[in-house]
Design a protein around this ligand. Structure first.
Ligand code: ATP
Ligand code: MG
Length: 227
């Protein structure tokens, strides 16, 4: 599902005299259906950068970045949009929402984008919001004023409402209490059981040990570490 080969990444700082910094060299990894891997490595090692490349937000200078057979290095923007709509889910660390849109619609949106009947989409959104313990009176409100942990759960609900075959999870349990953390880990386990391939960043070691099959230390892809 995920397949990276020999990927290199540099950033050019145009507003700082065009300084070029090389942050990744020879990065390779592959993740099969039903497998969950954790990206590890010290702060600044390149975990988030790698995840942004896998979502097509950052381009790579060399190598291939394939997700479900689509090479993100060469893909047209509309191919990437389609991949994100149908195949590749992403739970970012922070929820970005349009003000005034009710929580129920925020969560139903990925299904509506796929053409699912609006009533069915809202029903499924309700099921997952209930599972994640978001109080029903909040469903009609915009999540903009929600607590950090509530916003994170809305974000997770959005990422899991459609059964994406591939998922990228950036710190999905970071600001949750024990009970909700357990719900989220259960969602991850269920996704694996239905065959989803998952790449996550988990600072919570216990969570990582419970759901991840392997760890990939991105320090090994860092030119600084190799030098
Ligand atoms: N947009 C950017 N422009 C320039 N440099 C960047 C950019 N994004 C990341 N970097 C650099 O790339 C390196 C890797 O950063 P990255 O955010 O991927 O680290 P990380 O492993 O996610 O760290 P953390 O655990 O602190 O989140 C850092 O040296 C960072 O300064
Ligand atoms: Mg990061």
């Amino acid at each position: 599902m995920f397949d990276l080969k020999n990927v290199s990444k540099t950033f050019t700082l145009h507003n700082q005299g065009g300084t070029v910094i090389e942050v990744m060299r020879g990065a390779s990894l592959s993740v099969s259906d039903g497998e969950c891997i954790a990206l590890t490595g010290a702060s600044g090692a390149g975990k988030s950068t790698l995840m942004r490349m896998l979502y097509g937000n950052y381009s790579a200078q060399g190598g291939t970045v394939q997700v479900a057979g689509v090479d993100l290095v060469k893909a047209e923007p509309r191919e990437i949009i389609r991949l994100r709509r149908e195949t590749l889910g992403y739970v970012s660390q922070f929820l970005r929402v349009v003000p005034r849109v009710p929580t129920l619609d925020v969560v139903a949106e990925p299904l509506l984008a796929l053409g699912v009947d609006p009533q069915i989409a809202r029903d499924r959104a309700a099921v997952i919001l209930a599972k994640l313990n978001i109080p029903r009176p909040l469903w009609a409100l915009s999540p903009t004023t929600f607590s950090g942990g509530e916003q994170q759960r809305v974000n997770i609900a959005r990422g899991f409402v459609h059964e994406f075959p591939a998922l990228l999870l950036d710190e999905p349990t970071a600001s949750l209490d024990a009970k909700n953390r357990d719900v989220v880990l259960g969602l991850i386990e269920a996704a694996k059981a239905r065959g989803a391939a998952i790449i996550g960043i988990f600072h919570d070691e216990e969570a990582r040990d419970r759901v991840c099959d392997r760890e990939i230390d991105v320090t090994g892809f860092s030119p600084q570490a190799a030098a």
